[in-house]
Design a protein. Structure first.
Length: 317
């Protein structure tokens, strides 16, 4: 669904959904689009407040002119200059309106429910369009996150008049995921995605996040069957994790201290988790936005499959 605001008026319309290879393949896939995005002529006259939208535009060769929260996105991706030529609008929630108005974009793109409070001011500068994703796509949750993100990619391709680029990117991404999935054919059992917050609390991830979406696309079972919040994650105490029999995937955030997850696993109650005592876990350094688009899914899936295959390999003698 897209909701569009023009000159303080409101119009609404719906678009119906269309219903481990060598690492060099992924690198080639990402670099080919990054080089397209590096062409100054391909800059899109667009401002966005959403990282999923920004990275998708960049991946199809049309990086946005403005991105609010650019520095934060660079931190999450662990890469400076991740969106070439994009001008940082400052905070995603307190943007520099004067800078935005100095070079008015053709469109301003947001992803509700975030930033809807900014609509009165943003709509005075340019046409504003909304692209709800993940759990915010519909009210009853009756949708497939992968199809929603594919549709986002198509909608953005149409917006920049380059539908061919978006279709090519979707096709390449699906082909890469199919190959990753085939490499996991011998992997059996559920997995649990966790980020240890402190000595007593952890976050678990599932449907409504890029981790949950990628896990489902790879055909892996998520061991967490409990409730999740509107952002596809939940903060829990250690107690429920002790009864889950699954391979644990610990996610190390760029905001964690170096080796933070390993340190927490070696101290206090976390070291007594049965899965940890058995050594049945891996740690992944996240380099993506947890509510991102296909580029984020690629980064997560590549790291996940690579580490799962490493952990399953027999030790060298």
């Amino acid at each position: 669904m897209i909701v569009e605001y023009q000159n303080d008026t409101f119009c609404h319309y719906v678009r119906h959904k269309t219903t481990l290879l060598p690492v060099t393949l992924l690198i080639g896939l990402l670099i080919s689009h990054a080089s397209m995005a590096g062409n100054e002529n391909s800059e899109a006259p667009i401002a966005t407040f959403d990282f999923a939208i920004a990275e998708t535009l960049n991946a199809i060769g049309h990086p946005p002119r403005f991105l609010a929260g650019l520095k934060g996105y660079e931190t999450y991706s662990r890469q400076e200059g991740i969106i070439p030529m994009a001008t940082n609008l400052g905070s995603r929630f307190l943007p520099n309106y004067e800078l935005l108005a100095s070079r008015p974009p053709q469109h301003i793109l947001i992803s509700p429910p975030a930033h809807t409070n900014l609509l009165p001011r943003l709509s005075k500068i340019a046409d504003v369009r909304e692209y709800p994703i993940y759990k915010h796509t519909d009210s009853d949750g009756d949708h497939n996150d992968w199809e929603t993100i594919e549709e986002l990619t198509r909608q953005l391709g149409s917006l920049v008049n380059d539908a061919a680029a978006s279709e090519q990117y979707i096709e390449q991404t699906n082909r890469y995921f199919d190959d990753l999935k085939s490499q996991l054919s011998s992997f059996d059992g559920p997995v649990l995605m966790v980020r240890l917050v402190d000595e007593r609390h952890a976050r678990v991830y599932g449907k409504g996040s890029v981790e949950g979406m990628a896990l489902n696309r790879l055909g892996l079972q998520n061991a967490w069957q409990g409730n999740l919040g509107q952002w596809g994650m939940a903060t829990v105490s250690a107690t429920p994790l002790f009864s889950i029999n699954a391979k644990m995937i610990f996610l190390e955030s760029p905001y964690d201290p170096p080796g933070g997850q390993s340190q927490l696993l070696s101290d206090g109650q976390w070291r007594h988790l049965p899965t940890v005592k058995e050594g049945n876990y891996i740690i992944i350094s996240t380099n993506y936005w947890s509510w991102g688009g296909l580029p984020a899914a690629l980064h997560f899936a590549d790291s996940l499959v690579s580490r799962l295959l490493e952990s399953a390999a027999p030790p060298l003698r």
